[in-house]
Design a protein around this ligand. Structure first.
Ligand code: PEP
Ligand code: MN
Length: 264
């Protein structure tokens, strides 16, 4: 398989604007779960930039568990993300949920996000592969490592070599946390593939008090970076408030993961 270490021994390093993903320094992606307003996303983008982040995240098309929950601002949200990029120079990542929307989302973003619920949406993976945009492929809620790597293979097989894998927590019997961030997966996947691997401790634990320790743990386990949900007033976030951290907590997290990465 194209994703395997047998096919390619050296780590894949993906350049997105001026950021290297999979290089020697951990990449930091951060932003709100959902893009809320221009003012909000610009404020967050400035904080991400100021506190050492590299990529702005923000959902415009949201895969909400309930059809009655806020579904995101759609293309308007992508325009707001693009404005925030214009102002800060940060690269942007946003989720695409449907094969028919890949071309539209790719017009705006630097990285296409494929969400956990769509890890095995093969038509979507194929379209993302054809787009040639870097793809952030999240692990499915119940996806095995082998299934996850095969999902990456669908993208690679279209001739798109720019896949970033994201461990975002799996379903276990545990109910104290939203999901269980599978730290085992980090060194295991890195041994099997040359692709960059990052962790999402926000969805991985689902509770804001535990996001920073698990970000540290992910980097200590060898992750190439983290993606986290941040907001100026986390309790007021329109989605995933419980797992969203504030700017101060985010700043501390960035410092700590760099310190950890420096001793590895
Ligand atoms: C998200 O990043 O906000 C998201 C919906 O993530 P996941 O697909 O991992 O649940
Ligand atoms: Mn979220």
């Amino acid at each position: 398989p194209l994703a395997s270490r047998e096919f390619q021994q050296e780590d894949t390093v993906i350049q997105v604007r001026d950021v290297l993903i999979g290089g020697s320094k951990p990449v930091v992606m951060a932003g709100p779960c959902s893009v809320e307003s221009v003012e909000n996303i610009v404020d967050i983008a400035k904080a991400v930039k100021r506190l050492g982040g590299h990529v702005l995240r923000g959902g415009a098309f949201k895969p909400r568990s309930s059809p009655y929950s806020f579904q995101g601002h759609g293309e308007e949200g992508l325009k707001m993300m693009a404005m925030a990029r214009e102002i800060t120079g940060l690269a942007i990542v946003s989720e695409v949920m449907e094969p028919d929307k890949v071309a539209l989302v790719a017009e705006y973003v630097d990285i296409l996000q494929i969400g956990a619920r769509n890890m095995q949406n093969y038509p979507l993976l194929r379209e993302a592969g054809k787009s040639m945009k870097p793809v952030l492929l999240k692990r499915g809620l119940s996806g095995t490592i082998e299934e996850w790597l095969m999902a990456a293979e669908y993208i690679l097989a279209q001739g798109n070599p720019n896949v970033i894998l994201c461990e975002r927590g799996i379903r276990t019997f545990e109910t104290a946390t939203r999901n269980t961030l599978d730290l085992n997966a980090v060194p295991v996947v890195k041994s099997l593939t040359h692709l960059p691997v990052i962790v999402d401790p926000s969805h991985g634990v689902g509770k804001r008090a535990f996001v920073r320790p698990m970000a540290r743990a992910g980097v200590a386990a060898g992750a190439d970076g983290v993606i986290v949900e941040i907001h100026p007033t986390p309790d007021q976030a329109m989605s995933d408030a419980a797992q969203t951290i504030d700017y101060q907590e985010f700043g501390l997290m960035v410092e700590e993961i760099h310190r950890i990465s420096d001793v590895l």
